[in-house]
Design a protein around this ligand. Structure first.
Ligand code: HEM
Length: 475
């Protein structure tokens, strides 16, 4: 599956670049109503996804909640998404994603702005080129199949946890090579301590960041241990390069993202600094496996709850892939499976919300939104708007077939599981290729039944089934 491409089309079709020019005179500064703030706050802690749909229904396309001095301003719907993506000069990412810094590092892409971001993104982007990602399919398939071979009929297991550990291994392996992959479990466990810290509710995270405390010290120490392991690998490769005495001497012999990052040069011949390299490695692992595992769990869930779609996908995999493991060349032929992946990411986008902080006041939808506010746009709410997607709440993978009555062309403003604009997810192709490959492996080898069809989502940064996804293996 290739999701719609980013900013170009949004800019062409979207609103003009200056915020005030588009929206005319504002009625006045947004003022979060206290009653709405309290009601939404309580509902959000119980079920964030449902609470956002209610907030949109109640307040419309602009909904401010939280403290008056620094409100959280939700901008809902395709117009808002197009506006946010087209006006990237109005926003900073460092402030918006500050809470990720303890895990991702100061120079990670998601917390970089302006020229720094452009430079780093240019250096990192080639490693995620479509052609390179194709080369990883066989590793992903082999890792998945190795895990599935241990799944015996009759057994009950947590499909989310099991597949997440496959994804962790594949992510570390394709990004950073076999030596780090051998440590994938240890790296994953340490990183998990840090990731758990940024998965907590915002208020608690902000409090934890205010004063030194044992919890944040544990997070820093876990992150430092991963950073040391990454540094060792970089050192070792540099020594190998210098020695030029093995087949792996030129660095290019490592066919992974780390090799590309180490070799990357801009027009002036400059590359990533050691700090930048370390932060990119850690932030790519952490951005990569939590979100992809969440999406994978939802894909298993929707197939298990839609037997007809599951059978159709199974038949397609049997015809295209047959008895062997899937290869990159098979993926374009798996068109129904594309629809399954697209539809899973439409109904269950792991990034329920994404954030921006404006550097100056701006007007939108008749409201003045102050500099420093937390502006939030929501893939989840957009994807469930009936005026955008017919039968919005239903899993209908056939809607991705242009000949279907339900088909609607996806635009960057209407379909945005990977965000949009200059910070659009760099790993979108890797993620969708991985989910598709893993589903093909699952469908050719096993049949699953959910232990309970009642599943509640949790988290807005990597939305996943609360309590995992217990399944019974039935074949
Ligand atoms: C289903 C899986 C994934 C989802 C739903 C997802 C979603 C997102 C979203 C919503 C953003 C923010 C964009 C914005 O607000 O405009 C983002 C950024 C990012 N993602 Fe992903 N992502 C996924 C997988 C991955 C993978 C596999 C990687 C890398 C291995 C990755 C690396 C990144 C990075 C580095 C950024 C920051 C880009 C920048 O700031 O320039 N993601 N992702």
């Amino acid at each position: 599956m290739t999701p719609p491409s980013p900013a170009g089309r949004a800019r062409a079709a979207g609103p003009p670049r200056t915020a005030r020019a588009r929206t005319g005179r504002a009625r006045g500064a947004v003022r979060p109503p206290l009653a709405l703030t309290v009601r939404h706050g309580i509902a959000f802690s119980a079920d964030p996804c449902a609470s956002l749909l209610r907030l949109h229904a109640e307040a419309g396309p602009v909904a401010a909640v939280g403290p008056r001095r620094k409100p959280l301003v939700h901008l809902f719907g395709p117009d808002a998404n197009a506006f946010v993506f087209a006006n990237s000069g109005l926003f900073r990412w460092r402030e918006a994603f500050d809470l990720l810094v303890p895990v991702n590092g100061e120079t990670a892409l998601i917390v970089s702005d302006g020229d720094d971001h452009r430079r780093r993104r240019r250096l990192v982007q080639p490693a995620f080129h479509h052609r390179r990602v194709g080369a990883y399919v066989e590793r992903m398939a082999a890792n998945t199949d190795a895990a599935l071979r241990t799944w015996r009929p009759g057994r009950t297991l947590d499909a989310y946890a099991e597949l997440r550990s496959v994804i962790r291994r594949s992510t570390v392996e394709v990004l950073f090579g076999d030596r780090l992959a051998a440590d994938a479990e240890v790296i994953g466990r340490r990183l998990q301590v840090a990731l758990a810290a940024v998965d907590r509710n915002f208020v608690l995270q902000m409090m934890l960041r205010q004063v030194p405390n044992p919890y944040m010290r544990r997070v820093a120490s876990a992150r430092a241990q991963v950073a040391r392991r990454v540094d060792e690998e970089v050192e070792r490769r540099l020594r190998e390069d210098a020695a030029q005495d093995t087949a792996q001497a030129d660095g290019e012999a490592h066919d992974d993202v780390l090799a590309m990052l180490m070799a990357a040069r801009d027009e002036d011949g400059g590359g990533l600094t050691r700090q930048e390299l370390q932060d990119q490695v850690i932030s790519l692992i952490s951005a990569g496996y939590d979100t992809t595992s969440a999406a994978m769990a939802w894909a298993v869930y929707v197939l298990a709850t839609h037997p007809e779609a599951e059978e159709r996908a199974r038949r397609e995999v049997a015809e295209v892939v047959g008895d062997r493991l899937p290869r990159a060349g098979d993926l374009p032929g798996l068109t129904f499976l594309d629809g399954v992946v697209n539809e899973t990411l439409r109904l269950f986008p792991p990034a329920v919300l994404s954030a921006r902080v404006p550097v100056e006041d701006f007007d939108y939808g008749g409201h003045r939104i102050p500099a420093g506010a937390m502006v939030l746009y929501s893939p989840y709410v957009t994807h469930r708007m009936p005026e955008v997607w017919p039968q919005a709440g239903r899993f209908r993978p056939e809607r991705w077939d242009p000949s279907s009555d339900l088909h609607r062309p996806a635009t960057p403003a209407t379909y945005l599981p990977f965000g949009g604009g200059p910070h659009r997810c760099i790993g979108s192709t890797l993620a969708t290729v991985e989910i598709k490959t893993m589903l093909a492996c699952l469908l050719r080898r096993t049949r699953l039944r959910l232990v309970s069809p009642a599943v509640t989502p949790t988290s807005v940064t990597a939305m996943r089934p609360r309590g995992g996804l217990p399944v019974q293996i039935i074949g």
